[in-house]
Write a new protein. Sequence first.
Length: 275
Amino acid sequence: MINPYTLPDGDVQISFSGGRTSAYMLYHILEANGSLPGRVKISFANTGREMPETLDFVQECAQRWNIPIIWVEYQRDKERRKNSYRIVSHNEASRNGEPFKELIEARKYLPNAVARFCTAELKIRPMKKYLLSIGWKHWTACLGIRADEMRRVKEDSKDRWVFWHPLVDANVTKADITEFWKSQPFDLRLVNANGLTPKGNCDMCFLKSEATLAAIAKEHPEIAEWWIEMEQMTKGTFRNNRNLKTFVDFAQRQEDWVFNETGYFCQADDGECTG
């Protein structure tokens, strides 16, 4: 039986999001293949809106497992008016949304659930530009998608790469990831909520639930301020024409609240409601 973590032939890019799932995948690829050949590149795309714990986790994985991880950031080439990238280290990495803000300034409008250009411009294209710059022509892109999230599985690209989903092939689920990290000598220092990491990846991403965004805004008002600033700068909104400042102000006034399935945000007892 073929080990699902055995490297395919040719050049391979392993996408490391900085979360527990992709780190689990990376660990098992290393276990199955030993030291990785030069034709394999491990990449982490930093948007500047990751939590500090995520950046530290990426660095710790690299150090503990003795592997090179390429940190890539979006960068706007203002002279040539085109998008570019830069290679950074853990210490040099943006921590206040600088790459994301540059992209928004260039586009002059905000991404949202329908127009998710942030993923392509901040993560996919910078890494593609880097790989092309080192002479790659075609490659396999390894993604950390589990067997219990098949909706995220991508078909083979018509561009430069084909996708590889080893966690799907290995039938790995959320529960497997949780159990694995319980047995490790280190972990991502962000709360694991039933196998999910609410503060993981882009801190107040518009795809996160309103309950998650409200909790983050209450605990980290300084994070919410950046997202509010972007809305005010563009006179737009990230979520369904709903002003983030109004939402955050409301969330911060609440003591105890509940969310129902229709998305209404209500205080549990005699509080305000908004829908």
